[in-house]
Design a protein around this ligand. Structure first.
Ligand code: NAD
Length: 246
């Protein structure tokens, strides 16, 4: 119960890593606010958490919409009284080589993966400052450290997330707020599982551990970083890749 008494907002909490993180945080005693654009997914996750004995709320919020985010923050504070942890997890991929990338593909990925992280963090930071502390966790990627073929938009967004983290760690550390990023390699979520078996096998071959990560293996890292066990980890971009980048 490392997160007992803490209130956490998890964006993109209806699927994949966000869903696994919501379950892990609830199992560790947190009260969890699940934010997503997928109403059915939200309802399913919240019902599962509540059935398991946790306190949870669902919020239909697009992280590109600042009014919706403000309403969610007000709702979470009204319902749970505080906000201790924000997990900026919502993200999309719209891959294309640069010569074929459309402006819309570029803009959508930057709007959700980068500006969405800013929007949500900006909306909670004053509450955390007033409380005297908090934890801001952010989904980057190995692509946010090394770049990747066909991912101009995604790489820029994930590099940018690490830029946020390093800046927020400096600005907010003295206020008791820690900001960190997690950089997963290949994780078996709906995005990857929809790929042909041959492609997945080729990805696994590149990983020294010869397998994809399970979403729970990323959720475990978020739970540790959110907990007081990580009390001196600030401004880090932690690679969780099974050794992919060695
Ligand atoms: P996923 O598609 O399973 O889940 C993403 C969730 O975000 C979905 O529930 C979706 O509805 C939600 N979402 C999308 N746009 C949104 C918006 N505008 N507002 C609110 N919610 C929105 O993806 P995942 O694989 O679990 O990825 C989660 C995060 O981890 C992403 O930021 C992704 O870039 C990052 N990541 C994933 C991998 C991987 O291999 N799966 C690797 C590195 C980083």
């Amino acid at each position: 119960m490392r997160l007992k008494g803490k209130v956490a907002i998890i964006t993109g909490g209806a699927s994949g890593i966000g869903y696994a993180t919501a379950k892990k945080f609830a199992a560790e005693g947190a009260r969890v606010a699940v934010c997503d654009v997928n109403q059915k997914g939200i309802d399913d996750v919240v019902s599962e958490l509540v059935a398991g004995g946790a306190e949870a709320s669902g919020h239909l919020v697009d992280v590109t919409n600042r009014e919706q985010i403000a309403a969610m923050v007000d709702g979470v504070k009204a319902g749970f009284g505080r906000i201790d942890v924000l997990v900026n997890n919502a993200g999309i991929v719209l891959d294309a080589q640069l010569v074929k990338m459309t402006d819309d593909q570029f803009d959508q990925v930057i709007d959700i993966n980068l500006k969405g992280v800013y929007n949500c963090t900006r909306a909670v930071v004053e509450t955390m400052v007033a409380q005297g502390g908090g934890v801001i966790l952010n989904a980057s990627s190995v692509v946010g450290v090394y770049g990747n073929f066909g991912q101009t938009n995604y790489a820029a967004s994930k590099f940018g997330v690490i830029g946020f983290v390093k800046t927020w760690a400096k600005e907010l550390g003295k206020k008791g707020i820690r900001a960190n990023a997690v950089c997963p390699g290949f994780v078996a979520t709906p995005i990857l599982k929809s790929m042909p078996e041959k492609v997945i096998a080729a990805l696994e071959e590149r990983v020294p551990m010869r397998r994809l990560a399970q979403p729970e293996e990323i959720a475990n890292v978020y739970a540790f970083l959110a907990s007081d066990e990580a009390s001196y980890i600030n401004g880090a971009a932690i690679e969780v890749t099974g050794g992919l980048t060695l």
